[in-house]
Ligand binder design. Structure first.
Ligand code: HAM
Length: 433
C-alpha cells in the first residue's frame, strides 16, 4: 500500500481545537482596527516575482533564498512570459494594489489585510513556510504621528488580547540619502577587517552592508559592535522625526527601547523601524514588525507618497496566547438532542429547527446517524453539551420531552414540548455552576 501523503514541511493545518484562539485573535484585531478607522483590503496570494525583487530588494534573504516562484506564464492577452511568486509578505502587493487602483494617489489611506505568506525558510517553532500575517499600511502621512498611532495599535492590541511581556524595540534608519553615506562608512569599516567576516557577510559587504549589523554570528560580535553608529550619522530631519516620535510615545505612555542595531530584513524602510519582541518564544520572538517606507510607492511606479506600516505573525501570537494560558477553549454546545426510534427521529429534526427559530443564540446538536439510546447518550456526553434533550416514541405520542442536565446534579425532568423553548431560554440565562 502506498504511504499516506503528508502536508508539506513548514506548512500546517490549523485543527478545530486551535480555531477558538484564532477566531479570538481575528475578531479582536478586526474590531480594534475598525476603531482606529482602518479599511480592509484583500490582495492576491500570487504576484509577479519582479514586484518583490523591486520592493523587498534583490539582495535580501527573502528574495535571494526564500521565494517560492511558479512556472512562467504568459498573460492570456499574449505578451512576455513572466515569473510569478507566492507572496512572501504583504506590503509590496498592498502598494501595488494602491497604485493600480488609484487608492493612494493624493490622499491619506489607512489599510489592513490578513492572509497567508510564504517563505522557504528552515522550519522551526514559530517559523514556518506558510504563515499568516495581519498587516497594516498607511499612505500619504509624513509625520511621526502616524508612526506613533501604528505603535499604539500594537500596544492596545496586546492589552486587549491579555498578552503580557511584549516589548517594543525602536530605531531610525534615516533617509535613503543619509543611509547611502552611512553605508559607505560601514563598507570601509568592514572592508578593513575582511578576515573576520563570515561568508554571508563577505557576500553582503558591497550589496547590503547594513544587514551585517544584523548578524547573529557570535564570532563577529565585536566587529559589529565597533561599527560606526547609525544614529551619529542620521540626517537632521530624520533625527527630528525620531525625537518627535519618542516624545509622542512618551506622551501616550508606551515604553520602548532604542536599538541602533535594528535594521530589518527588507530594503524598503527609511526612518522609523520597530519590532515587538517577546522572550517567551525562543529564537522566533518577534511577533510584529514594521516601519516607514517613504520611497517605496515611487519605486514601484507611483507618485512620491509616504508610507508606514507593520505586520504581525499570527502563529507566533497564537503560540504566545497558548503559552500565557489565555487561548480560549472550544465552546461547548448548549444542548444535544437524543432521538430514539423512527417517529422520534422525524419529530426531533423538525423540533431542532423550531428551537433554532425560537432561540437564535442556541447551540444545539441533533443526533444524526441513528444509534440506540446508550450510544446517543455517550455522544451527548462527549459533545460536552450542558443538557440532553430526550425524545422517545412515548414522548412524541404525549407531546412531551425529557430534559437532563449533563454537567449539574439536578435530575431529569419531563415537560410539554410547547413549554420547551421558554424553559430552555430561562435555563440558558443562568450561568453554568
Ligand atoms: P517581516 O519582519 O518580514 O516584515 O514579517 C513580519 C512578521 O511576520 C514577523 O515579525 C513575524 O512575526 C512574522 N513572520 C515572518 N516570517 C515568518 C515565518 N517564516 N514564520 C512565521 N512568522 C513569520 C514584513 O513582512 C513587512 N511586510 C512588515 C511591514 C508592513 N512593514 C511595513 N509594513
Amino acid at each position: 500500500m502506498s504511504k499516506n501523503i503528508q502536508s508539506i514541511r513548514g506548512m500546517h493545518d490549523i485543527l478545530p481545537d486551535a480555531i477558538p484562539a484564532w477566531q479570538y485573535f481575528e475578531s479582536t484585531v478586526r474590531d480594534l482596527l475598525k476603531r482606529y478607522g482602518y479599511s480592509e483590503i484583500r490582495m492576491p496570494v500570487v504576484e509577479q516575482t519582479d514586484l518583490f525583487k523591486r520592493a523587498v530588494g534583490e539582495v535580501t534573504d527573502i528574495v535571494e533564498k526564500e521565494m517560492y516562484t511558479l512556472e512562467s506564464r504568459r498573460n492570456t492577452e499574449g505578451g512576455e512570459d513572466f515569473s510569478m511568486a507566492l507572496r512572501p509578505e504583504g506590503t509590496a502587493g498592498c502598494v501595488r494594489a494602491g497604485i493600480q487602483s488609484g487608492l493612494i494617489f493624493n490622499q491619506q489611506q489607512r489599510l489592513w489585510y490578513a492572509g497567508p505568506m510564504f517563505r522557504a525558510e528552515r522550519p522551526q517553532k514559530g517559523r514556518y513556510r506558510q504563515f499568516t500575517q495581519v498587516g497594516v499600511e498607511t499612505f500619504g502621512i509624513t509625520g511621526p504621528d502616524i508612526d506613533a498611532e501604528l505603535i499604539a495599535i500594537g500596544a492596545r492590541l496586546w492589552k486587549q488580547l491579555g498578552l503580557r511581556n511584549i516589548h517594543l524595540e525602536l530605531n531610525s534608519l534615516g533617509t535613503l540619502q543619509a543611509r547611502q553615506a552611512y553605508r559607505a562608512l560601514l563598507v570601509d569599516h568592514f572592508s578593513a577587517h575582511q578576515e573576520l567576516l563570515d561568508e554571508d557577510s563577505r557576500r553582503r559587504l558591497h550589496t547590503n552592508p547594513l544587514r551585517i549589523l544584523d548578524s547573529k554570528n557570535p564570532a563577529m560580535r565585536e566587529l559589529v559592535a565597533a561599527a560606526p553608529n547609525l544614529h551619529e550619522h542620521l540626517d537632521s530631519e530624520s533625527a527630528e522625526h525620531f525625537a518627535q516620535l519618542q516624545s509622542l510615545l512618551d506622551g501616550m505612555g508606551i515604553p520602548y527601547r532604542i536599538n541602533p542595531r535594528l535594521v530589518r530584513g527588507l530594503d524598503y524602510y527609511s526612518r522609523t523601524v520597530f519590532e515587538w519582541v517577546t522572550d517567551e518564544l525562543g529564537a522566533q520572538g518577534t511577533v510584529c514588525a514594521g516601519g516607514r517606507y517613504d520611497g517605496l510607492v515611487e519605486q514601484l511606479g507611483g507618485r512620491p507618497t509616504p508610507g508606514c506600516g507593520f505586520a504581525m505573525g499570527v502563529e507566533r501570537l497564537i503560540l504566545l496566547l497558548e503559552a500565557q494560558g489565555i487561548a480560549p477553549a472550544s465552546p461547548a454546545p448548549d444542548v444535544f438532542l437524543i432521538m430514539a426510534g423512527e417517529a422520534a427521529a422525524k419529530a426531533g429534526m423538525a423540533l431542532a429547527e423550531q428551537l433554532r427559530d425560537a432561540i437564535p443564540t442556541l447551540n444545539i446538536i441533533s443526533n444524526c446517524g441513528g444509534g440506540n439510546f446508550k450510544t446517543q447518550m455517550k455522544r451527548a456526553d462527549k459533545s460536552a453539551a450542558r443538557f440532553a434533550l430526550i425524545l422517545g416514541e412515548n414522548e412524541v405520542e404525549r407531546g412531551e420531552i425529557g430534559l437532563k442536565p449533563l454537567r449539574e446534579e439536578n435530575g431529569q425532568i419531563t415537560l410539554p414540548i410547547s413549554q420547551l423553548a421558554g424553559h430552555l431560554t430561562a435555563l440558558l440565562a443562568t450561568a453554568q455552576q
